[in-house]
Write a protein that binds this ligand. Structure first.
Ligand code: PBG
Length: 330
């Protein structure tokens, strides 16, 4: 204090918008955004996911029109998720490596229409299994090594269909190494692996399972392979292993409730980190926005900026096109 006055006034750096911009430590940009998309079978159909207001499932023929605004806003990447009809599901998830499955048709169509947009293929068997689990079941347990054999075939199938990134979200042990080796052997040396390294057994995936219509099928829970929300150091081991096995970037999931995990991984490793703001987070925010409890633009931009502050390089978010548009207007 000098007399009655504070010597340091923190508020000086907040005095006007230009000063605030100059001293800002983190910035959200369109380059940080990945947009997850749901694809359905059929022609000329769009259906809304009831628990995710504003989010649609679209048929392949409508995909180009659906993502064109995002392409024009220069969003760098899309993550594709197929809704598989029950007749194509079986206990082993064989549809996962059918070269003409929905996700492959979508990938080829998008690559043809928007060659510069990166495509991220989710690798796990839950869209294809009749029991809704991410792997095949032996004696009541999701069998690790047998599942990996199918995940490898699924990965090659997606790489051949043009996916730039293979994103294993199944949480089997050792799958990154197996997928990397298979991709290299098949000459996909530059197909990147963005692994879901720390994926928690979370209630926040509920609306996603509605979107994929796998929620009703799922027997039991995913706690024998997805992580326990009680743990954080375990996430460091998961990330370390995926880096050793050849991951090019890692995903931490869910997003907002797990910002501490992003920070811990950022402080320890140099690998790029992607945070996934999942379906349940979208549902919470969007419902509060729709009821007028939160301001739409501020809620979206503040929330996404927090991922950057925690240390994420990029964010997968259902708000991606809206956020890119808002950022352009700033
Ligand atoms: C599939 C997968 C899930 C999500 C992404 N990939 C669901 C799950 O593991 O049950 C969830 C994404 C979201 O909730 O937005 N393995």
């Amino acid at each position: 204090m000098i007399g009655n006055f504070p010597l340091t006034r923190m508020r000086r750096n907040r005095i006007d918008s230009a000063t605030r911009r100059l001293v800002a430590e983190n910035k959200l940009s369109k380059d940080d955004l990945i947009w997850p998309i749901f694809i359905i079978e059929g022609n000329n159909i769009e259906t809304e996911v009831s628990s995710m207001p504003g989010i649609k499932r679209v048929t392949v023929d409508r995909l180009a029109a659906y993502i064109e605004p995002a392409a024009n806003l220069d969003i760098p990447a899309l993550a594709l998720f197929p809704v598989t009809t029950n007749d194509k599901r079986d206990p082993e998830g064989k549809e996962a490596y059918n070269p003409d499955n929905l996700i492959c048709r979508a990938s080829r169509e998008l690559k043809k229409r928007f060659p510069e947009i990166l495509l991220i293929g989710d690798v796990a068997l839950d869209p294809y299994t009749s029991h809704g689990h991410d792997g095949i079941i032996k004696n009541g347990y999701v069998a690790n090594d047998e599942t990996i054999e199918i995940l490898v075939r699924q990965s090659i199938n997606q790489a051949r269909a043009g996916m730039d990134f293979i994103a294993p979200s199944d949480m089997m042990d050792g799958r990154v190494a197996a997928i990397r080796k298979a991709l290299d052997n098949d000459n996909f040396v530059n197909t990147r692996i963005m692994s879901y390294a720390a994926k928690y057994a979370s209630v926040y995936y509920g609306p996603f399972r509605d979107a994929l219509e796998s929620g009703k099928l799922l027997k039991g829970d995913k706690k024998t392979y997805q992580m326990d929300p009680a743990n954080s150091r375990e996430a460091l081991s998961e990330v370390e292993l995926d880096i050793q096995e050849g991951a090019d970037s890692v995903i931490i999931k869910p997003g907002l409730p797990y910002l501490d995990i992003i920070r811990m991984v950022r402080d320890r490793f140099n690998i790029p980190i992607v945070s996934y703001q999942v379906s349940g987070e979208y549902a919470m925010l969007k419902n509060a926005i729709n009821r007028g409890y939160l301001d739409n633009n501020q809620a979206i931009l503040e929330t996404l900026l927090c991922f950057k502050r925690a240390g994420a390089n990029a964010v997968m978010t259902y708000f991606a096109p809206v956020a890119a548009k808002l950022l352009k207007q700033l």
